[in-house]
Design a protein around this ligand. Structure first.
Ligand SMILES: Nc1ncnc2c1ncn2[C@@H]1O[C@H](COP(=O)(O)OP(=O)(O)OP(=O)(O)O)[C@@H](O)[C@H]1O
Ligand SMILES: [Mg+2]
Length: 225
């Protein structure tokens, strides 16, 4: 299968844990050894948000803040590439054209941000469109999509499935600003919707969840159309 995996910011906290990155990379290599074709999109993580906050306080506009976030996401892509060794294409594509070209080499391609105004979840959705992905797996730091942000409302219920329309309603409560894109931004949802990309949101803190979902296991939340 063609898989696009979004590695959320949880993998890139204030102190990078190389063990966590190695464990994530090991799962990706395992999937590749089983014949799957993989593209990984890395989020910005803690440092992106820290810098975005500082740049905003220093007077940077939102597009500029986004550009800062994009660069951090690309640095995170380099971290993952380091850990994937020969399984990864050695360069980070900065456009979808490049992604297309790199992807033809048959290795795991890792990319960060593309352009301001969208989250790396939108990048993952665009990457999934570009390679014709069979699955888009959004690995984040919660167990899936809840009716409300589970960090703010611990009693919120998790959904096994969410329609793309309901997902849009849920995320419209979130801010569309650099560093503030949470679970999904509206652009990401629109891309998933227009191309009917089979999408799952799951907890990547246990990277085995990614193996489970690829094998057809019930993990996280599935987006329906
Ligand atoms: N309805 C919801 N269901 C689940 N999580 C939600 C919801 N609304 C908001 N969230 C928040 O979204 C967070 C995940 O988004 P966040 O942007 O922090 O991580 P990410 O997208 O995986 O990483 P990054 O943005 O760095 O790439 C969760 O930790 C949760 O607090
Ligand atoms: Mg996010």
């Amino acid at each position: 299968m063609k898989l696009v995996v979004k590695a959320g910011g949880y993998l890139f906290p204030s102190e990078i844990d190389t063990g966590d990155i190695r464990r994530f990379a090991a799962v990706m290599r395992q999937l590749r050894s089983r014949g799957h074709d993989i593209v990984i999109v890395t989020g910005g993580g803690f440092k992106a948000r820290q810098y975005i906050e500082a740049v905003r306080r220093l007077g940077g506009d939102e597009a500029y803040c986004d550009e800062v976030g994009i660069r951090f996401a690309r640095l995170n892509a380099l971290l993952l590439i380091s850990s994937l060794g020969d399984d990864a294409y050695p360069d980070v594509p900065e456009t979808l054209q490049r992604l297309r070209a790199y992807h033809q080499h048959g290795k795991i391609v890792v990319l960060g941000g593309l352009q301001p105004g969208q989250s790396t979840n939108a990048v993952a959705a665009l990457a999934a469109e570009t390679v014709g992905a069979d699955m888009l797996i959004n690995a984040t730091d919660v167990d899936g999509v809840y009716l409300k942000d589970p960090k703010k409302d611990p009693s919120a219920r998790r959904l096994e499935e969410v329609s793309v329309k309901d997902l849009m309603r849920i995320v419209l409560d979130e801010k569309v600003e650099a560093g503030g894109y949470k679970l999904f931004d509206p652009i990401a949802i629109k891309i998933i919707e227009r191309s009917k990309i089979p999408t799952w949101i799951l907890n990547g803190r246990d990277p085995e969840n990614i193996l489970r979902v690829v094998e057809g296991g019930k993990v996280g939340t599935r987006v329906t159309f």
